[in-house]
Design a binder for this molecule. Structure first.
Ligand SMILES: C[S@@+](CC[C@H](N)C(=O)[O-])C[C@H]1O[C@@H](n2cnc3c(N)ncnc32)[C@H](O)[C@@H]1O
Length: 235
């Protein structure tokens, strides 16, 4: 961390995705796979990547959370946050910088961050909910999920895998959120239609969809933000 930034995104000035900068081209010969070359070119030319590096953020995704927080007042100090699909740690970092206590989980390894307890495991594992609950120090105010399974290129299968992950995250959130709590999850266009959206609207006071500016324009990624959890009374 640079130590100068408070994670509000205010100190950095707005990131201008259309800001002028000379495009970097990666020579074809040096990288075998065209897709890897495209990915690298995109990274090298992405102003959010450059700004994240300048501010010491773990990922460009940090700007998505900063923007959603500015719009929806998601983060406060003294809150307990669960961050699913946390690596490399941009969202956890921003939440912890605001004083939240974070329990984060990812399939991939993540370097330690102050204020963040990390579990490296698959959220689809049967044990995952119990292990997360054991790592928590109190009732949860906010569940974040930026999880996205690797796509296989088969539209229907990819859609089902994404749906499955979002539904599991939602199910878990409704078990651990305290009344008034918030659920934020990455979804893809159409993934929270129908039954799940109807259920969310019953469970939460407000449900909105948003596509932050830092979300790549070409992708169908968006985020669902459900606030004001109406926790059913214990039986
Ligand atoms: C877009 S990245 C998250 C970026 C993160 N929000 C940040 O700010 O740095 C998505 C993450 O979801 C994780 N993921 C995907 N499927 C998962 C699963 N079944 N269990 C745990 N993590 C998963 C991936 O390993 C990946 O690190």
């Amino acid at each position: 961390m640079s130590g100068k930034d408070d994670g509000t995104g205010k100190g950095s000035g707005p990131v201008n995705p259309r800001g002028r900068q000379k495009a970097v081209r990666v020579k074809k010969k040096s990288i075998a796979k065209i897709s890897s070359r495209r990915w690298l070119e995109r990274q090298l030319n992405d102003p959010y990547v450059a700004e994240a590096q300048r501010l010491g953020y773990r990922s460009r995704a940090a700007f998505k959370l900063i923007e959603m927080d500015q719009q929806f007042n998601l983060l406060r100090s003294d809150m307990i946050v669960v961050d699913l699909g946390a690596a490399p740690g941009g969202w956890s970092q921003i939440a912890a910088m605001r004083g939240a206590k974070v329990v984060a989980l990812d399939l991939l390894q993540m370097d330690p961050l102050p204020g963040v307890a990390f579990l490296q495991m698959d959220f689809m594992d049967e044990d995952a909910p119990e292990q997360l609950i054991n790592a928590l120090s109190g009732p949860v105010d906010l569940v974040l999920s930026d999880m996205a399974p690797n796509t296989m290129g088969h539209k229907t299968t990819d859609h089902l895998r994404i749906m499955n992950l979002v539904e599991l995250a939602y199910d878990f959130a409704t078990q651990i959120l305290k009344p008034g709590g918030t659920f934020v999850a990455k979804v893809f266009l159409g993934a929270t239609q129908g039954d799940m959206l109807q259920q969310m609207k019953r469970d939460f006071a407000t449900v909105k969809h948003v596509k932050p500016k830092a979300s790549r324009q070409g992708s169908s990624e968006q985020y669902v933000i459900a606030k004001g959890y109406r926790r059913p009374p214990e039986e």
